[in-house]
Design a binder for this molecule. Sequence first.
Ligand SMILES: C[S@@+](CC[C@H](N)C(=O)[O-])C[C@H]1O[C@@H](n2cnc3c(N)ncnc32)[C@H](O)[C@@H]1O
Length: 216
Amino acid sequence: MSTFDLIRSDIESYCEAHSTPENELLYRLNRHTNLETLNPRMLSGQLQGVFLSFIAKMLSPKTILEIGTFTGYSALCLAEGLSEYGYLHTIEANEEYEERIKNYFSQSPLKNKIVLHIGKAEEIVPTLNETWDLVFIDADKENYQIFYDIVFPKVRKGGFILIDNTLWNGKVVREVAPNDKDTKSVMAFNDFVQNDNRVRNLLLPFRDGIMIVEKL
Ligand SMILES: C[S@@+](CC[C@H](N)C(=O)[O-])C[C@H]1O[C@@H](n2cnc3c(N)ncnc32)[C@H](O)[C@@H]1O
């Protein structure tokens, strides 16, 4: 761990201690994910969860799309901000997660507002006849551009897309190994958004980097 990482982890702990804690269901889901899955780091966690919940509450969207459910943590956080008759669709490619996602969603008071799709987002998004107010992209880094391209026409004007991990553990500002396809994809994607005159964008240096995009 570098000094930079140590400072960051100190700051992150301080921020966590001064942000609203997880509710009981999110706490259990976080714990379960850490104990029972192979890659628990993929979970958003408390700080990012509160952030997503705040963003959704501020926008009060009627429709939210999430690409990359994992165990369902971020979906539950985003759903907290849905408007009264709003709903959230979330897509997960790995069917091994299906049972545990359904188990945790079923324990949430928001369960009737959440629709889970198991399958590849590239195949499922085009079948959803919706206009999205808010989209959260948090899946396979190599496919970020594809996800962005397929959702973009379905985002309403003035709607928002959040794309996670756009700093990719700081690798976007270091020398890139020739075989590091994920870093190259994230960098190319960030460059694309920066030059996309259909949007306003902010690459927020929060956690692993969240690109916030507003469709003009
Ligand atoms: C970083 S995790 C998502 C974490 C989750 N959003 C959270 O914050 O708790 C990425 C997830 O995307 C899924 N995924 C990868 N490629 C996908 C695709 N093409 N379509 C849908 N899901 C995909 C992976 O199986 C994995 O569970």
